[in-house]
Design a protein around this ligand. Structure first.
Ligand code: BYC
Length: 314
């Protein structure tokens, strides 16, 4: 590394150590930029793909109020995708390129969205567990070293809190409802619990990016630490509504004050992120088809913008 580069890197790392935010025009190591583009774009893709499992239930919501709430939640997710694509664009990649990476399968999106939503209770469970897990992860990212990503996450977390509450409300009402409703909730929780734990990523011993990302304060806590925090928060919430988490090994450790949990099926996780989950193919097909069907809208918007600009210049 050239002397000049070394000095820049040292100054950059000192800024991070001092808790300063890095902004788009600041010098940053190429690797920091690449890691952020990878993470932020995958996060953005997850928001867009995440609209699909819930979007599937908009027309079948059980009441007008539930329908409005679900519509608002799914729209919020589109908004989160936009904040995040904009944050990634500050690093020198454009949205078309990110979309191409998603559609070609080069960029990942969260494993959790490759599972089907079979009943209305799945919608409550996603809000409670999936948005709950996202909040635990993103509250930390809201304090990360890259300014635009930190600010996007701050705003996202505020909205996710509403998402989680609407989910938990659905669950608590159904869990106190008829036998059929209680069974439906338990079945949904049985299916979503383990995939929700997988959202936090592989175990720390097998997480190639964590060390570097923590050194640069992009990640402030490791995958396992955040997963543990989520379990500790969620067990009492499950008990409060008499829902059983599907893990016979869950037990409270008085010394560490943690809820210990059973072995996660990592083979399932790796299969899902390699494209072999129950819904991977459908999810990507839906995004590809949306991209094709939206082509004329993008063309019309570009033509309108070009015409407007030409008028302003004239
Ligand atoms: N799914 O070294 P690691 C939402 C990949 S959206 C798929 O630990 P890292 C919501 C990982 O990318 C939630 N892939 O990675 C939306 C890496 O592969 P590459 C999305 C995963 O980055 C709508 C490899 O495994 N949230 O909340 O240190 C409705 C090794 O992993 C997953 C975000 O994206 C996974 N679960 O840590 C409701 C937050 N886990 O890229 C809710 C931002 C790992 O090297 N991202 N991989 O090919 C992060 O916080 C981190 O990137 C992760 C992974 C904790 C996910």
């Amino acid at each position: 590394m050239a002397v000049d580069e070394k000095a820049k890197l040292a100054a950059f790392e000192e800024r991070i150590a001092n808790g300063e935010k890095i902004e788009p025009k600041d010098w940053m190591p190429e690797r920091y930029r690449k890691q952020l583009i990878r993470m932020i774009s995958q996060h953005a893709h997850s928001e867009l793909v995440g609209m699909l499992p819930e979007g599937n239930w908009i027309t079948r919501a059980p009441s007008l109020r539930r329908k409005l709430t679900l519509l608002a939640k799914v729209q919020d997710e589109a908004g989160h995708g936009l904040y995040l694509y904009c944050a990634a664009e500050t690093l020198g990649i454009d949205r078309d390129e990110m979309t191409e990476q998603l559609l070609s399968g080069k960029a990942k999106y969260s494993s959790i969205f490759n599972y089907p939503t079979l009943t209305w209770a799945d919608i409550g469970t996603i809000g409670w567990l999936v948005d709950g897990a996202a909040i635990v992860n993103q509250t930390m990212l809201a304090k990360c070293s890259y300014g635009p990503y930190a600010r996007a996450n701050l705003r996202i977390c505020k909205e996710e809190n509403f998402h989680k509450r609407q989910g938990y409300e659905i669950i608590s009402i159904m869990a106190n409802g008829t036998d059929a409703q209680r069974r439906m909730v338990q079945d949904a929780v049985d299916r979503w619990w383990w995939p929700s734990l997988m959202m936090f990523g592989p175990p720390d011993t097998n997480s190639p990016n964590t060390e570097e990302l923590m050194r640069w304060k992009v990640k402030l806590k490791s995958n396992d630490d955040l997963r543990q925090r989520f379990v500790n928060l969620t067990v009492p919430q499950a008990r409060a509504v008499n829902v059983t988490l599907p893990d016979p090994d869950l037990k409270y450790n008085e010394e560490t004050r943690n809820w210990e949990f059973g072995e996660i099926d990592w083979d399932e996780f790796y299969a899902v992120i390699k494209g072999h989950g129950p819904m991977n193919r459908e999810r990507l097909e839906a995004r590809r088809s949306a991209e094709e069907r939206g082509q004329w809208v993008r063309e019309a918007a570009r033509a309108y913008a070009a015409k407007k600009q030409a008028k302003e210049v004239a």
